[in-house]
Design a protein around this ligand. Structure first.
Ligand code: SAM
Length: 279
């Protein structure tokens, strides 16, 4: 059966290159090119953008990104077994795909990208969360990317977009929403992947804000939220005791009841507390 880009169907690619999924690399592949094109479209218009893709594997999403018109895709893959399949895609889209072999957590990815940049990836859970935190906490803001469109376990996606007074609310929600607009744009059942994982997945789309939503020193905010959520069931006057000797007064000064718990406090109030502590 023919495909939109003239390349073989992904099942054939996997068979031809013996790409048996490896659990330790978090390999759950997307083999439906209609679905990968749909995920690529979640990132919005790609024409005129360089796209960073982490973990292309056999290249289903890569093909979606190229077919949707990305100016240039830079794809970083740790598994050398996937490189021949990716080379075939590069040959079908001359000059538009650069494949880097290595660990996305170790390579300097920005060196290969020209602005404006969008990031799109279907990554293993642990690597995805770590990269998201890095991308949201660069030394300088605004960061190298305009938007991040990332597949996560559904539970992690819910932690990113969570609002106060909900089960999933915590440090990840605060970090993401302080510097970006974050939305779940697609949900996928386990059967969408080969092999099927145990859990549901979701695509989160984050658009960067030019300035953080409320002023605060990122390091102070990170420290406060780490302390507050490490003991999320405790009252803030107790979980934040180590922050300052007069922490109760400081909480009151920014309108936070000292008896409140971390999960009840919104981003704006945490930022006000961070300014009070830093000031
Ligand atoms: N994007 C492909 C798809 O949607 O079918 C593959 C997704 S699979 C969930 C994750 C991919 O990330 C695998 O190809 C795996 O080898 C790769 N990977 C895992 N850890 C990585 C890392 N640290 N750096 C780069 N790639 C990694």
């Amino acid at each position: 059966m023919g495909t939109i880009d003239g390349l073989p169907p992904l099942r054939e690619v996997i068979e031809a290159h013996d790409l048996v999924a490896k659990k330790q690399l978090g390999q759950n592949f997307l083999l439906d090119l209609n679905l990968t094109a749909k995920i690529a479209r979640c990132a919005g218009d790609l024409t005129g953008y360089d796209v960073l893709e982490v973990g292309p594997g056999p290249g289903g999403l890569t093909r979606g990104l190229l077919a949707e018109g990305a100016r240039h895709v830079v794809a970083v893959e740790k598994d050398a077994r996937a490189l021949p399949a990716l080379a075939e895609i590069a040959a079908a889209y001359p000059g538009r795909l650069t494949v880097l072999h290595g660990d996305a957590l170790e390579l300097d990815l920005t060196a290969h990208l020209k602005p404006p940049v969008k990031v799109v990836a279907n990554l293993p859970y642990n690597v995805g969360t770590e990269l998201l935190i890095r991308w949201l906490s660069p030394p300088a803001w605004p960061p190298f990317w305009q938007s991040l469109t990332l597949m996560f376990q559904k539970e992690v996606a819910e932690r990113i977009v969570a609002k106060p007074r909900t089960d999933h609310y915590g440090r990840l929600a605060l970090l993401a929403q302080w510097r970006a607009e974050a939305r779940i744009v697609m949900s996928l059942p386990p059967e969408a992947f080969t092999p099927a994982p145990k859990v549901h997945s979701a695509v989160v789309h984050l658009t960067r804000l030019e300035e953080p939503r409320y002023p605060a020193d990122g390091r102070v905010l990170a420290r406060i939220t780490a302390m507050a959520f490490n003991q999320r069931r405790k009252m803030l006057r107790s979980s934040l005791k180590g922050l300052a000797p007069d922490v109760e007064d400081r909480l009151l000064a920014v309108g936070i009841p000292p008896t409140a718990r971390a999960e009840e406090i919104g981003l704006e109030a945490f930022c006000a507390l961070a300014r009070n502590i830093a000031g």
